[in-house]
Design a protein around this ligand. Structure first.
Ligand code: MRU
Length: 355
């Protein structure tokens, strides 16, 4: 599946499958301005680190189209401001900033011989965003093949949140590993943690895997210890929103608890993420900004309030798993092993990824 992020150059519109409505309704949100894209990112029409990077890249293209209608100097100033606003739509997933930086780099390089009309910058951003989208799906497939070798025929794999096709340009990271293992002939069953409060596991991971005919069972987040204590989980594979230079990994809230339990029950705990999710400028997990989201996501189930009026809630969207709890980081360049500081520096150096 890769039609969940679709840019129509003729219309000048970005069509996003509205992930808030799945699995009941399959409907698109159509974005024609950078503000539409920022709103879609903030309200999680589209979510998942690589998917929001691709969406941000198309948002840059829409911003350049809009800026091209102004006179040259004002248009360039407006475009710079819009790119900053897109990059800041969500703070934890580094792919968002990374994608906008990639657009800026392409812009700088294209203007090495002098300023270009903004219509040409818009066309450049569209090409670059399409390339990024295509590359992301291709690298998920490579990453999946590396990770598939870590799973055994008959394994049940627990995953948290949704790191699938919906969270990337297609195929997925954690779910890419599972898809590749299944394509390789292994019988893999999946336990999808429900993932309160947005229910990415119950709604999105279960939807994707069921569509692909991969056996999936949904479990409440608090069932993890029980399932592992009964020997019902052979491996954990999760995605990541930002991996620090030392391997500490931010992912959906609840991932840290799963990692601690996996350590206790000696279940291998793998993180699957592209190199673009590694932020060498963030030294460790303590420096990763953690997004806090609206209280209503916790106080309400749909339209129904489930907590007493006036009682405050915590709604941290992510937590940080220390590198010491991670058995391996599965990337498109292979599986990185501890000590992660060295392995990460080597992988980024070899790939030419930004430092
Ligand atoms: O808040 P979300 O749904 O954007 O959080 C998504 C996750 O935590 C994913 O596990 C992560 O982005 C990896 S997606 C391949």
């Amino acid at each position: 599946m890769n039609s969940h992020i679709r840019f129509d150059a003729r219309e000048g519109a970005l069509h996003l499958l509205d992930q808030r409505k799945l699995p009941e309704v399959e409907a698109d949100v159509v974005c024609v301005t950078p503000d539409d894209v920022i709103a879609a990112l903030k309200t999680m029409v589209v979510r998942g680190a690589p998917a929001i990077g691709v969406t941000a890249a198309f948002g840059c293209a829409l911003a350049a189209r809009g800026a091209a209608s102004e006179d040259a100097e004002a248009g360039r100033r407006r475009l710079e401001v819009d790119l900053d606003r897109i990059a800041e739509a969500r703070p934890t997933a580094v792919n968002l900033r990374w994608a906008v930086e990639r657009m800026r780099r392409a812009w700088r390089e294209a203007e090495s011989g002098g300023p270009l009309p903004l219509t040409e910058v818009a066309a450049l951003f569209e090409r670059e965003a399409l390339a990024l989208q295509w590359e992301d799906e291709a690298l998920c497939r490579r990453l999946g093949r590396h990770g598939a070798a870590l799973l055994h025929d008959g394994d049940t794999v627990l995953t948290h949140c949704n790191a699938g096709a919906l969270a990337t340009a297609g195929y997925g990271t954690a779910l890419g590993v599972i898809r590749a293992a299944v394509e390789g002939g292994k019988h893999i069953s999946v336990i999808a943690d429900e993932t309160r409060p947005f229910l990415q596991g119950a709604r999105l991971t279960a939807w994707e895997l069921a569509r692909d005919g991969i056996p999936v069972t949904v479990a409440c987040d608090n069932a993890c210890a029980h399932l592992m204590s009964r020997g019902m989980v052979q491996a954990v594979v999760v995605g990541a929103d930002r991996i620090a230079a030392n391997g500490d990994t931010a992912n959906k809230i609840g991932t840290l608890g799963v990692a601690i339990l996996a350590g206790h029950f000696q279940v291998p705990f793998y993180v699957a993420a592209p190199l673009s999710t590694i932020d060498a400028a963030t030294p460790d997990g303590a420096h990763i900004p953690i997004e806090e989201r609206p209280a209503e996501e916790v106080t309400h189930m749909g339209a129904r309030r489930i907590t007493p009026q006036g009682v405050p809630v915590y709604n941290f969207a992510f937590d940080v798993t220390p590198a010491a709890l991670i058995s391996g980081i599965i990337t498109e360049a292979g599986v990185l092993r501890a000590p992660y500081g060295e392995a990460i520096a080597k992988a980024l150096g070899a790939s030419g990824e930004r430092q």
